[in-house]
Every structure is written in structure tokens, then in C-alpha cells.
Design a protein around this ligand. Sequence first.
Ligand code: HEM
Length: 134
Amino acid sequence: MSLAKIIAHGIRTKIREALGIEDPARKIPAPVAERRDYTADELRQYDGTDPSKPILLAARGRIFDVTRARSFYGPGGPYGVFAGKDCSRALALLSTKEEDCVGDLTGLSDAELEKLDDWIDTFSAKYDEIGKLV
Ligand code: HEM
């Protein structure tokens, strides 16, 4: 690209930003998750590593489409470890350890289970629930 073109592009971008106009060429449609039940193996395909696929996570077997929070749950994000899994135990324990990203709730206290339910309330309010882990 010539310098003149780069400058012209920069000016157009600044004008668009100032006017709040989106550049349609830069808008990649976010993938939308299919509403259905998923097996654990299927869920694992939606861990954010393929940008053309939605990002899903599950808690208490309820699957949420968290694609719009790619910065949290995508690869390299702080909570990327939860993507493509039932992360109930990790949510209850406030853990981001890989080994806690399981649906098993054995031995958890009432307070920990309450924490998990608080997270599920957060997810329900913010994301589409698209199915169940089967
Ligand atoms: C020093 C520790 C931590 C700090 C400072 C921190 C801070 C934050 C912040 C600032 C957000 C973004 C809120 C927003 O913009 O909506 C967030 C989101 C989140 N945090 Fe943490 N966090 C910490 C530890 C943890 C741990 C250990 C967990 C494990 C369960 C966790 C789970 C989450 C989740 C799941 C979200 C995203 C919720 C959503 O999808 O809206 N955080 N955290």
C-alpha cells in the first residue's frame, strides 16, 4: 500500500470513528451457536481455538454461548481454560486450574455451591443458554 493510501485510510478511519460509522469490511459476523444438547466431546470443539466457531462453556450441565466475551474465554484470555468444558467445580472453588474444570461437585461446601449458582446467575443474565450437556 502506498503512503498516500495509508494516510487516506487513516483519515477515513478517524472520520468514521468520530461519526460513529462502522466499516462494514471490518465487521466479521460472530459465529452463532446451534441450540441443541452437546456431548462432552462435542462441547470441547467450541473452546475458541477455531475463530469461525462459537465459544461455549457449561456449568451444572447448562451450556452458555460466551462467544461475545472472546477476550475472557478465547485462547490466551484469563478464563480460556473454561471454554469447551463444564467448569462447575472451578467456578465453585474460584479456581482457574485445568484439573478443576470438571462437572464433578463431590465434597464441595454449601458456600462453594452457592458461589457456583451466583456464576450461573451471571451467565444467565449475560449470555444465551443454548442447551444441555448430555
Ligand atoms: C485476582 C483475582 C481476580 C481478579 C482481579 C479478577 C477480576 C475480574 C474482572 C475485572 C473481570 C471482568 C468483569 C467485567 O468486565 O465484566 C472478571 C471476570 C470474570 N472472572 Fe475474575 N478475577 C479474578 C479471579 C478469578 C477467578 C479465580 C475466577 C475463577 C472462577 C474468576 C472468574 C471470572 C469469570 C468467569 C469472569 C467472567 C464473567 C463473565 O463472563 O462476565 N476470576 N474477573
